[in-house]
Design a protein around this ligand. Structure first.
Ligand SMILES: [Zn+2]
Ligand SMILES: [Zn+2]
Length: 126
């Protein structure tokens, strides 16, 4: 793939996240870009953006990987220790802007945690 084409693909994915407040599943992303780039390219761009601190990933109810924009993360540090919320009616996935303190667990080293709140979103409630 040419450099120009690569840059164009990266920009397209970055734009997608810039224009979206909710999280997106990897399946939806691959489907969205299927005419522009193949699955492998989408995965490569996502992992690059994640290592640059632009987006973060987490697992949803169905075990799918989801991605959402980061706020104030850098390539050195990810600050995304927040829980996520999934609407069981419309499937919308959101980052919750609340602090969650992870308890210390005896005799265990914790590398990551998955906290997912499930319920009904603002749109579905009203
Ligand atoms: Zn909803
Ligand atoms: Zn998040």
């Amino acid at each position: 793939m040419s450099i120009q084409r690569k840059t164009k693909s990266l920009k397209a994915v970055q734009n997608y996240f810039d224009n979206r407040s909710a999280a997106v599943s990897v399946v939806e992303l691959v489907g969205f870009f299927k005419d522009e780039m193949n699955k492998a390219t989408v995965y490569r761009i996502l992992s690059r953006m994640e290592s640059e601190g632009l987006i973060h990933s987490f697992s949803g109810m169905d075990g799918l990987t989801w991605y959402a924009s980061c706020k104030g993360c850098s390539s050195k540090e990810h600050y995304d220790q927040h829980p996520h919320f999934q609407c069981k009616k419309c499937g919308r996935m959101e980052c919750l802007e609340v602090n969650l303190s992870i308890p210390k667990i005896k005799n265990r080293k914790i590398d990551s945690e998955i906290v997912l709140f499930v319920g009904e979103c603002n749109n579905c409630l009203s």
